[in-house]
Ligand binder design. Structure first.
Ligand SMILES: C[S@@+](CC[C@H](N)C(=O)[O-])C[C@H]1O[C@@H](n2cnc3c(N)ncnc32)[C@H](O)[C@@H]1O
Length: 359
């Protein structure tokens, strides 16, 4: 065998070895194993129907979002972990889990949480952030989310991690918060207000103001369009609208507009800053993860998946599901982030005025 062939064989063997020893590859294999029995034909068709219905009715995507997370919650938790958001590393080489922990501690700190205080997490997912905020600060944190599956998984994790006495998750729509007036010292929404368009966003911000105590703090951290986004640029439009479809959500908000809407709802702005800078960006996890991008975009892998579907090793439409809901999302985040048209690490911090009407 020629030296070139030997070298190539060595390279392939080394890549397979590296893949099998990384946490990411183990998670990916576990995910494919766990997710082999789902009905993707039904999921894709229902997503398409609910999304079209939401668009036609002028934007309330709650039904589409709830349906999306009922299937996706466990998948994201298995692959990415219990926090469905991104944060830039604080220093080069910091891993994603540590960057997220730092971000969670910062949220607790910025909201001045401490034992005895009460905090509300809007659209909490399975509660990775909520548990870290509770553990870090000792405050009690209640989460609200649309999906039954997120409530089930999240509350199981609260109990199994010994945090059931301060952390709980309820099912509900943040547009109508099932809580008394002035009952929370702080409220935050991380990667969640993007699911609301007008007038739902306005209604939700009014609800936030109602449940906050006078002087209480409100923190928004979200994926948003930046001023660099150009609606007349077909590439920009395709990237962002494809991402919106894959997430089952309405048009992304511009940062400026989100800030204005919070002010309009009667919140006093306290701070606005972006924690990404230079080569420490919120999408670093995807930018540096070349292996993941290769796995997701490789034609060879896609063909192998189609073959596995044909011989029924993988369920029907699994490849299409992967393309729309995983590959498209990862690639959109990476591309829109690198192009600077989408931001994902801006903090908007507000306070409910001490005097004046509560809503
Ligand atoms: C991208 S995930 C973020 C989850 C969590 N905040 C985190 O950062 O880990 C968006 C979450 O918002 C929830 N959500 C979307 N619209 C909602 C609504 N109208 N009311 C309550 N939760 C909602 C979804 O169910 C999902 O849990």
């Amino acid at each position: 065998m020629s030296t070139v062939w030997l070298l190539l064989l060595g390279l392939v063997a080394y890549s397979v070895y590296k893949m099998c020893t990384t946490k990411m590859a183990v998670r990916l294999l576990r995910l494919i194993y766990e997710y082999r029995c789902k009905d993707y034909v039904k999921f894709i068709a229902e997503h398409k129907r609910l999304f079209a219905e939401a668009q036609a009715k002028g934007g309330n995507h709650a039904a589409c979002t709830g349906h999306f997370y009922d299937l996706m919650a466990e998948l994201i938790e298995l692959y990415y972990g219990p926090s469905f958001h991104f944060a830039p590393p604080r220093y080069k080489g910091q891993n994603n889990d540590e960057a997220l922990q730092d971000f969670h501690a910062k949220v607790a700190h910025l909201l001045q949480l401490a034992p005895g205080k009460k905090c509300l997490d809007l659209g909490c997912g399975v509660g990775g952030l909520l548990r870290d905020v509770g553990r870090e600060s000792g405050a009690s944190v209640t989460g609200i989310t649309l999906s039954d599956e997120e409530v089930r998984i999240g509350n199981e994790l609260n109990q199994s991690m010994g945090l059931g006495h301060i952390c709980s998750i309820v099912k509900g729509n943040m547009q109508r918060l099932p809580f008394e007036e002035s009952s929370f010292d702080a409220v935050y929404g991380v990667y969640t207000l993007k699911y609301l368009t007008q007038p739902e966003l306005e209604r939700t911000l009014q609800e936030v103001r109602r449940v906050l105590k006078p002087g209480g703090m409100f923190l928004v951290y979200c994926l948003m369009k930046t001023d660099k986004y150009d609606e007349s640029n077909p590439e920009h439009r395709a990237l962002i609208s494809g991402f919106e479809y894959s997430c089952g959500m309405p048009a992304l908000h511009y940062t400026k507009r989100m800030k204005q809407d919070c002010i309009q709802a009667g919140m006093t702005p306290l701070a606005h800053f972006d924690s990404s800078h230079d080569n420490l960006q919120w999408y670093t996890f995807f930018a540096e993860n070349r292996l993941l991008r290769f796995l997701l975009t490789s034609r060879l892998i896609r063909t192998l998946m189609y073959v596995a579907e044909a011989v029924r090793i993988l369920p029907a439409k699994f490849t299409e599901f992967m393309q729309i809901f995983i590959v498209n999302n990862v690639i959109s985040i990476y591309k829109a982030g690198s192009m600077g048209i989408m931001s994902g690490s801006e903090y908007l911090i507000f306070q409910k005025p001490v005097a004046g009407p509560s809503h």
